[in-house]
Design a protein around this ligand. Structure first.
Ligand code: FO1
Length: 319
């Protein structure tokens, strides 16, 4: 089946790499990436959108492949100068090249442009080859409820502080999407679902990436109203995360750290859930009632493997 309109829900590194595979597997299709903005943060007066930037850099050829975020050929002079001033936060790495993106974005946001318009403007340079949409133009920030080591009382810290400063070592009691109630899908998101003939859930974090996107009021309903079949790719292989910190997030939501656990969490479309199909690694058994479970190699260890994975996910959407 040749797909014309593909929508992919994605977070950061894993989602960006998967999108590279979708673009290669369906070069003739119109691909729309609906990207998580819950990781977004304001630092040193600049608005930073890690997942949008990771997708934009990865598809635009500017990503640092080893780090999985930020720019290739990066330098850190400004970061060093900020540290010399003890300018907090010193734990978040802002590269010199990356800073230009945040400066342009912040200037445009301050001038009144919506995040979706800013993203389109930045993509004019990077030409990612897909339409990059934030999940919402309204600010939604993921904060993590942890127990404060000193006071022993619960406190909420920004996701970036939890993930980067504390390396997700503080047990998360809950994830809170600050601002989500006032958020709506960004322009083009609902339309993309309505026009889609395939919808893919990238192997991104089911809680703080895919979960945050689906938590935008009206977005989940638009996805479920789509005529397209929905195929997801498990971010858990052999009971462990391939990359990132989904294994630190899932237990907080009572979700088993397995392909089966995440598949059941997303649920079967026929029973009010999301999935028509669920791709799991070849050694992973997953019983997800009502869902077409397919075992495929999931490791995106090369461009060919990534393209094959994307092709398999699209194949699961074919009627
Ligand atoms: N991740 C880190 O582990 N350390 C960092 O210092 C860091 C800085 C950073 C700056 C810009 C950006 O777009 C991403 C950055 N990330 C960093 C990655 C970021 O925390 C993650 O990409 C997402 O938020 C999780 O998917």
């Amino acid at each position: 089946m040749r797909f014309v309109q593909i929508v992919v829900l994605a977070g950061g590194t894993g989602g960006a790499r998967f999108l590279r595979g979708v673009r290669a597997a369906a070069p003739e299709a119109e691909i729309t990436a609906v990207v998580n903005t819950g990781d977004d943060v304001t630092m040193h007066g600049l608005r930073i959108c890690p997942d949008l930037d990771t997708v934009m850099y990865t598809l635009g050829g500017g990503i640092d492949e080893e780090r999985g975020w930020g720019r290739a050929g990066e330098s850190w002079t400004v970061k060093e100068e900020l540290a010399a001033y003890d300018a907090d936060p010193t734990w978040f790495g802002l590269g010199d090249r990356d800073l230009a993106t945040h400066l342009v974005r912040t200037r445009m946001l301050d001038a009144g442009y919506a995040l979706s318009a800013v993203t389109a403007a930045l993509c004019a340079r990077w030409q990612p080859g897909v339409t990059l949409l934030p999940m919402s133009d309204q600010r939604v920030e993921t904060h993590v409820v942890v127990t404060d080591p000193e006071s022993g009382r619960p406190q909420a810290i920004h996701f970036q502080e939890w993930w980067v400063r504390h390396r997700a070592a503080l047990d998360p009691a809950a994830f809170v999407q600050v601002g989500v109630d006032a958020a709506r899908p960004a322009p083009g998101v609902v339309e993309a679902f309505a026009a889609a003939d395939a919808i893919l859930l990238a192997p991104s974090n089911p809680v703080v990436s895919i979960g945050t996107v689906l938590g935008v009021p009206g977005l989940r309903e638009a996805l479920l109203a789509s005529p397209a079949r929905v195929a997801g790719v498990s971010p858990i292989v052999g009971g462990a995360v391939v990359r990132g910190m989904a294994d630190r997030c899932l237990p907080a939501m009572g979700i088993e750290v397995s392909a089966e656990g995440v598949g059941r969490h997303y649920g079967a479309r026929s029973e009010g859930g999301l999935l028509d199909a669920w791709l799991v690694a070849e050694d992973d058994a997953a019983d997800v009632p009502g869902v077409d479970v397919r075992a495929r190699p999931l490791l995106m260890s090369s461009p060919e493997a990534t393209t094959d994975l994307a092709r398999a996910a699209l194949g699961a959407c074919a009627r």
